[in-house]
Structures are given as structure tokens and as C-alpha cells.
Design a protein around this ligand. Structure first.
Ligand SMILES: [Mg+2]
Length: 82
């Protein structure tokens, strides 16, 4: 949570366009914070032997059904309202 907070703090109070520009101009810093988050996710999943790669693929598959791209792309509505 702390690492996620460090990443999100960079985007706090920024509009979408400002966030996109910030990422483009701060790729290294955003990448380092993202790597910190990934490190902790991998650490948390290691001991209980969670196959995080497989879990991720399954989750993306479910999301693909739940949020069909033709309805969800560019749409901020909740999935139940797509
Ligand atoms: Mg960090």
C-alpha cells in the first residue's frame, strides 16, 4: 500500500491530460515506483506459492468478458452500466 501510495501521490489532483504528460516526462521515476509495487506483489505471492503470472492471465480474461473493449474503451461507466 505504501508503494502504491508513492506512485499515486505523483498523480494526485492532476487531470487525465496532465497525468499522461507527467508519465511521459517522468518515465524513469514512474517506472521505479511501479517496480517497487511489482517487487512487493512478487514477494507477497512467493511464500504461499501463488502463481501470480497465471492469476494475472485469468483475471485479464475475466475482465475482458466483464468489460468488453467495444463498450468499455473510453467509457468511465461502471461495468454494470456498460
Ligand atoms: Mg517507492
Amino acid at each position: 500500500m505504501l508503494e502504491a501510495g508513492e506512485l499515486l501521490e505523483r498523480f494526485q489532483l492532476k487531470k487525465t491530460e496532465e497525468t499522461e504528460e507527467y508519465i511521459q516526462t517522468h518515465k524513469t521515476a514512474v517506472g521505479k515506483e511501479s517496480a517497487d509495487i511489482l517487487y512487493h506483489i512478487l514477494l507477497l505471492s512467493h511464500d504461499p506459492k501463488i502463481d501470480i503470472s497465471e492469476t494475472f492471465k485469468k483475471k485479464i480474461g475475466k475482465n475482458r468478458v466483464k468489460h468488453p473493449i467495444e463498450k468499455a474503451k473510453g467509457n468511465r461507466a461502471k461495468y454494470t452500466e456498460l
